[in-house]
Design a protein around this ligand. Structure first.
Ligand code: URA
Length: 266
């Protein structure tokens, strides 16, 4: 373990990862990694949240409480949080095309089918869904154990783009389409679609595509219900640059390194 004051000076540029502020989070040449990144990579929380845990004295390295932010650890150091020794896991990123009837939670006291059961054989690491889809919503759901990326993709400030294919119980009027495009006041705030349009040749006015960056719960259903429609089908067809191409319903795939790189640049 290296306390903050010992770092710096002689690192070469190659093989290092930098945080947004330009500070090194990982130095592959020395095998040292910042303690907050270690906690994020172990799937505990984001790096920022890890700083709070560290400062509060909740993290031990080699049996000693460490509160110094910026401390670096190596693979041979024993890092403990919440009474458990953490493993520095391989970071996993996978995309599921969720079928209907599965709830987005890791554990359901009522024993309903959860999305976790669809990806349980994917890897040994403990992955979790990024955001949520309603039980009867289908489409793209990302899973990862990368706490930093998960936080970034769910934070409203990052404006992550999502596109939904919506089937309504009746034709959407031009007036209502316009109100959605201009924005509506819902009980928890103002919401505006980035884009809304009829799907296909536009003859079927019950089917629309809606692009949003809000990640609020039930947001699509709430928009249409506010205007007196029922959502009969809801499918997320685009999430943060990822599409359903070659991903049948109920199946998952790992993201390619290129896709992971693109997500990290959001
Ligand atoms: N909006 C909804 O209403 N439901 C979802 O599952 C996702 C977005």
């Amino acid at each position: 373990m290296k306390e903050k004051s010992q770092q710096g000076k002689h690192y070469k540029k190659q093989g290092k990862k930098f945080t947004k502020g330009g500070k090194k989070a990982e130095d592959k040449t020395s095998g040292l990694i910042r303690l907050n990144k270690y906690l994020a990579d172990a799937g505990i929380c984001s790096r920022r949240e890890a700083d709070v845990l560290i400062a509060s004295g909740a993290v031990k390295v080699n049996g000693k409480v460490v509160t110094q932010l910026g401390t670096k650890v190596s693979l041979s150091d024993k890092v403990q949080y919440g009474g458990q020794t953490l493993k520095r896991e391989k970071l996993r990123y996978l995309l599921l095309n969720k079928p209907k009837g599965f709830i987005t939670t890791s554990d359901d006291p009522q024993n309903r089918k959860t999305v976790m059961s669809l990806v349980e054989k994917a890897c040994e690491e403990r992955i979790y869904p990024v955001g949520r889809l309603d039980r009867n919503t289908t489409g793209l759901l990302l899973f990862t154990n990368d706490g930093d990326l998960a936080k970034k993709l769910t934070h409203p400030s990052h404006n992550v783009k999502k596109i939904y294919h919506v089937v309504l119980d009746k034709n959407l009027t031009k007036k209502d389409m316009l109100s959605i495009a201009q924005g509506l006041q819902l009980e928890d705030g103002f919401i505006r679609a980035d884009t809304i349009a009829n799907v296909g040749d536009g003859k079927d006015k019950k089917e629309v595509g809606i692009e949003l960056h809000s990640g609020k719960n039930h947001i699509v259903r709430r928009i249409f219900e506010h205007l007196g429609y029922k959502v009969v089908k809801l499918d997320r067809v685009f999430f943060a640059g990822l599409t359903k191409k070659d991903l049948p319903r109920g199946k998952w795939r790992f993201l390619t390194p290129k896709e992971v790189g693109l997500l990290k640049r959001i």
